[in-house]
Design a protein around this ligand. Structure first.
Ligand code: MLT
Length: 257
């Protein structure tokens, strides 16, 4: 991974291939490595940019609280560094929340927005409180509590669970707690979808136990021009559970006009 200083932190990123720029944004509490198979398939035709969000993988995070908008601003800083005015953004789950925040802040920099196992809604008061409670436990006792609670809901496939377990285990308590608090404070982004001036792709597994398929259908209802791809029998990690299908959909979506 390369490191670029942006917004007071060190942001880790890597690039693969040449062509139309596509930024792949991982979900919680993961890192860029979830996109390994997507990169394998697409790197011959696209310029793929993978990033470790602040607090994850090789990226640092400030001691003070931060928001999903700050995480979106890090991606804008990375695009500036790469001298890219626009890119297609592909966000997985929390990465989708950040892509939506990016679209709110910098709509003119979005060539297209793909949401993989994601949604635009804010937390309910109960969910928000739950995030803060979990963040406290993570700071005290480490990331294991989040890993053990999330793993069965991320994928039904034991091999994929094992791979994800390794990814979560190498994250830091500070980064995981920081992202939990950032997600707790996120705004509703439904209007970003209904008012979007850029193409939207929604990819969702109908066996997703973390963000139910109904959320994807609601997103499609917000924007009739959006394309919805439902993956049968797939859970919350489509890029690992159905890597060929996900890469194919991203490839079609990010094609230059
Ligand atoms: C994710 O997969 O990124 C998170 O589970 C999303 C969330 O907790 O809302």
């Amino acid at each position: 991974m390369n490191i670029v200083p942006v917004n007071g932190i060190d942001l880790a990123y890597a690039q693969h291939g040449t062509g139309v720029p596509v930024v792949l944004i991982h979900g919680f509490p993961l890192d860029h490595s979830i996109w390994r198979q997507t990169i394998e398939v697409l790197k011959d035709s696209y310029r793929l940019i993978v990033v470790d969000l602040r607090g994850f993988g090789g990226s640092s995070a400030p001691d003070s609280a931060y928001s999903l908008e700050d995480m979106a601003a890090d991606i804008a800083g990375l695009l500036d560094h790469l001298e890219l005015e626009k890119a297609t953004l592909v966000g997985h789950s929390m990465g989708g929340y950040i892509a939506l925040a990016f679209a709110r802040l910098y709509p003119q920099r979005v060539s297209g927005l793909a949401l993989v196992a994601s949604q635009p809604l804010a937390d309910t008061p109960e969910q928000k409180q739950g995030r803060y409670d979990t963040a406290g436990k993570v700071v005290e006792g480490g990331v294991g509590i989040v890993r053990d609670a999330m793993l069965p809901k991320l994928s039904a496939d034991a091999k994929i669970q094992e791979a994800i377990s390794k990814i979560i285990t190498r994250q830091t308590s500070a980064g995981v707690a920081g992202a939990l608090k950032a997600m707790a404070e996120r705004a509703d982004s439904s209007s970003i979808l209904s008012e979007a001036q850029f193409p939207i792709l929604i990819v969702h597994g109908d066996a997703d136990l973390l963000i139910p398929i109904e959320r994807a259908e609601q997103m499609k209802a917000l924007n009739s021009a959006a394309e919805l791809v439902v993956l049968n029998g797939i859970g919350h990690m489509p890029m690992m559970e159905a890597p060929g299908d996900v890469a194919k959909e991203i490839a079609k979506f990010a094609l230059p006009e």
